[in-house]
Write a protein that binds this ligand. Sequence first.
Ligand SMILES: Cc1ncc(COP(=O)(O)O)c(C=O)c1O
Length: 445
Amino acid sequence: MAAGGLAVLGGPQLIPGGIDETGWPDIEESDIDAVAATLRSGKLSWYNNTEVKALEDEWADHVGVRHCLALNSGTAALHAAVAAVGVGPGDEVIVPALSFLASASCVLHHQAIPVFADIDPVTFTLDPAELERVVTPRTKAIIVVHLHGLPADMDAVLAFAAKHGLAVIEDAAQAHGATHRGRPVGSLGDVGAFSIMAGKNLPTAGEGGLLTTDDPGLRNRADAVKMFGEQIGPDNEREYNAHTIGFNYRIGPVLASIARSQLTRLDRYTKEVQTGAERLAARLAELPGVRPPAVPADRTHVYHHFRITLDAEAAGVDLPPGLFRQAVQNAVAAEGAPVSMWQNRPLPGQALFRTRSGYGKGCPWTCGHAQPVEYRQEEFPNTLAVIQRTVLAGSRLCMASLRDPAAVEAYADAFTKVMTHRDALITYARGLDYAEPWETASRLW
Ligand SMILES: Cc1ncc(COP(=O)(O)O)c(C=O)c1O
């Protein structure tokens, strides 16, 4: 193909109209019937919450734990988990530097202090070797994030936690159904937190969250956080006497019924996206300098996102790594295969942490219980390198496109076209006005 063939340089677009990404959540008649049945039941309040209870029982069963609580967001589930494991003012909680904000802000919500650990550059999850570097006598818990659907290195994390007497909270917001040594995420640590926001692998309409644990005491403490700090009896008996600071983190029955209906299809959807992801990985692996996500042999990946590493050196291209990534990203997108970034800086690089603005007046960092902590994103070189050198397949979610075999081939064809127009790509890249992602103000969803 001629150099001018790249769409980004005015050539013909490989996928006219682009890959369709509108297919998630996948709403079927049975979902609509479930909503109608719930509305007709008249059981629409928290005190006759049979749908919510049924969702809790079914998700506990799916994950293989004794208890599940349904809440109104993944963030609420994380906050309730932090509270329930006994984290309090000034305590430190270790959080990976690459994640969505809620993995760290849930710690602040309980007046505690997030301390960040760098990630492993291959799995993109918390690097257990970092734990020794960041642990202090004030550390109470570790939040592991099963980022993009791949379980973190739980053997190493659990061993470290046991040695230091730390609780382990799994942020499984992106990882419904993923397994580590055959066991589902959400059953591996002391407590798990899932998001069922509409874009997640197990979606409801709008927002929702699920907390999982084997520990009845932990479940009851989380339930109090969910219910105004009150202790609610098994038949919803209410004392109207708050024992702790709580919130209204309840979810409603209509949303629960949608999640229940979707749950009947989760395993099928997971298999479909895994098949698509494996095919895409095999095709991308043929291209020098393009590395699909790694999946260690002891884990399964559920591909909430499919993160691709673009390695200029391995591609034999003499360009700075970030510029190479940006050029490939633009060129592949121009062919009609959307690619995107996810987070443009390590969490400690966000203004909330750099300035420690918190609740105002520096709280919780200055509340008297905490020890001084500073946040510098330069301390997280692997996270910076991953943000600089990787892109996600899709501008939204893998569930939207990787379940479609034609879309999978289209992604692979677009990368193949771009990488085989090397000279044109290099010329295009040299003309770009490049800034590192964390130096730009762009909002990356
Ligand atoms: C890793 C991670 N943790 C936590 C959350 C928060 O979940 P929610 O949006 O349901 O509050 C998200 C949501 O995007 C997430 O991706």
